[in-house]
Each structure stands twice: as structure tokens, then as C-alpha cells.
Design a protein around this ligand. Sequence first.
Ligand code: UDP
Ligand code: MG
Length: 320
Amino acid sequence: MTNSQNPIVSIVIPLYNEEQVFDRLISRLDSVLNDFEYATEVILIDDGSRDNTAALMKAKCLSDERYTGLFLSRNHGHQLALSAGLAHAKGLDAIMVLDGDLQDPPELINEFYKLYKNGNDVVYAIRKNRKEGPLKKMAYWAYYRLQKSVSNFNIPIDSGDFGLMSRRVVDKLNAMPEQSRYLRGMRSWVGYKQIGYEYSRDERKEGQSNYGWKQLLGLAFNGIFNFSEFPIRLITKLGLSTIVISLIYLGDVIYKKLFTEEVVPVGFTAILMAIILFSGVQLISIGIIGEYVLRIFFQVKNRPLFIVKEKIEGGRISEN
Ligand code: UDP
Ligand code: MG
């Protein structure tokens, strides 16, 4: 079915330097659009690509009205590009979120939409297996479990942004003004009925991951600091336990000095160790507080989350 005027479902896909995989992505999407029985729009977001992605997108969106193109003014990062797409999605029933590198099969729209029809507001895809290297795999494994144990509420393990959300859930996300966005966490926060769907994550088809260790770490920090006061409480607990331990030690030293002949050994090494250890603890504590302060800093500036410099919708270009 083709009708981009009143789409029932939207498919939102952020793209950053994906010229190599673009044609394959489009041919997979075209067949999904042809087979799926409800009117569907695809929203492609060019996140300030430096390769030919924007030009390819432009050509496709101008020639096929089922495709809407958003062109951001510069690279805003995956989460903000996705937010831009969600803000523009018109799907009446549901909005599906997908990576552009074909690691997430678009064909799953059928299963996801069925689950939505069965009364689920969020269908989040769970990765059964990863095709990444062993080090990255281990890091992912550890991170998701750490995040689960510190988070204030349940953010599902091993699931990314891939999935489908109902109109009302996306409306809620769009209304959340947070600057540092960790959408899979915000999605869990919204609540309603959420269900996991296991799938095996494919390898990236072409090009290379835009998420280096630095970006992954940034995302991981958002996952923890945006949804948990655990780190800041940890500082208080560390401080309290240090005081308790040193009081016990102090009591022992005073007792020996007053009531026994024993000489308390004063060692340079011991003192040095204590200084080094606690300097480290203090620096990390300041860093943790800094993470929260930073988030406040960016939030109070209240800047728009993204800037769309150009939009192609219904085959027509509008600039901004
Ligand atoms: N992406 C984006 N902006 C960025 C980085 C990535 O829009 O700054 C897109 C990218 O084109 C892809 C998706 O986000 O569609 C996921 O990125 P990637 O495949 O590099 O991440 P990974 O799958 O390795 O975690
Ligand atoms: Mg990928």
C-alpha cells in the first residue's frame, strides 16, 4: 500500500555516512513497503553526512513520496538524529525505529506490528547474539548488567533502539525536553505495556560503525547518569565507610598508646598509599558530581535538540 498522506506506521532511520549501504537499504525498504498491508512512511534523517548519503536521500525522497527526508544542519549524533525523526513521524498507530546499516532487519515490521495490535505499546528488540568482536561483546555484556543493577527502573538488557512504539509513547518521548538523550532508557521510563522480541543481530552490511569506543562510552554514561542517583549515593557511602574504618583504627592506635607498651609503627609507604588512594577516590568523586553538573549545565541552556536545515516531504523541498 502506498499512502504517505496519512500513514498508519512510520519507519524512522538515522543515517550518517551510509552511502555504501544505501541502495541495499532502499531495496529492502521498498519491498517491505510493497508487502506491508498498512500505509507506511519512511523517514530518513541525514545526520550531517560527509559522504554522498544526502544526495542519495534527496534523489529517493524526490522520486518516491513514501519517503520523507530530514537533513540536519550538522552531525548531531545518533540519538538526536533519531529524536528528529520521531518528532516528524506522522504514523497514526506506531513508529518503528531502525539502524540504517541493515543490522536490524526492516522485515520485522510485520511481527512488531502484530505485537502492537495485541495490545503492546512498545516492542523492543532483544539481541540474541552479537556479531561484534570479543572485546566489544564483553564490554556490552558488562555494561548492560551494570546499568540494570544501578538504574532506578527496569531498562531491558541487550536491547538497543530497534523496535516499535505506539503513537502515544512517541508523543510522550517528543514531549520530554532532556538534552542528553538515551532513548532506550526514556522509552522504558514512559511505561505502558512493553514486550521484548528476540532476534539475531546481523553484521553491518557495508561501511564501518560510527560508534567508536568514545561514542559508546558517552552513550553508556548517559545510560547510567541519566537514570540513576546510584553513583552520587556511592560517594556518600564511600565517605561514610572511610570514616567508620578510620575511627576503628584511631581507637586502636589510642588504646595502644595509652594502655600498652606496643609502639605503633609509622611507615612512609603506608602513608603514601593512603594519600594516593584517597586522592584517587576524591578525584573520581568530583568527576561523578561533574557528570551530574554537566547535565544540568546543558539542560538549563535549553537549546533546541537539533536543527533541520532542509526537509523533503511529499516530493517537495522546504528549507529552514
Ligand atoms: N548514526 C547517526 N549519527 C551518528 C552516528 C550514527 O545517525 O553520529 C546512525 C548510523 O548511520 C546508523 C545508526 O546510527 O544508522 C547506528 O550507528 P552504527 O551502525 O555506527 O552503530 P553500531 O550499530 O555500531 O552501534
Ligand atoms: Mg550498526
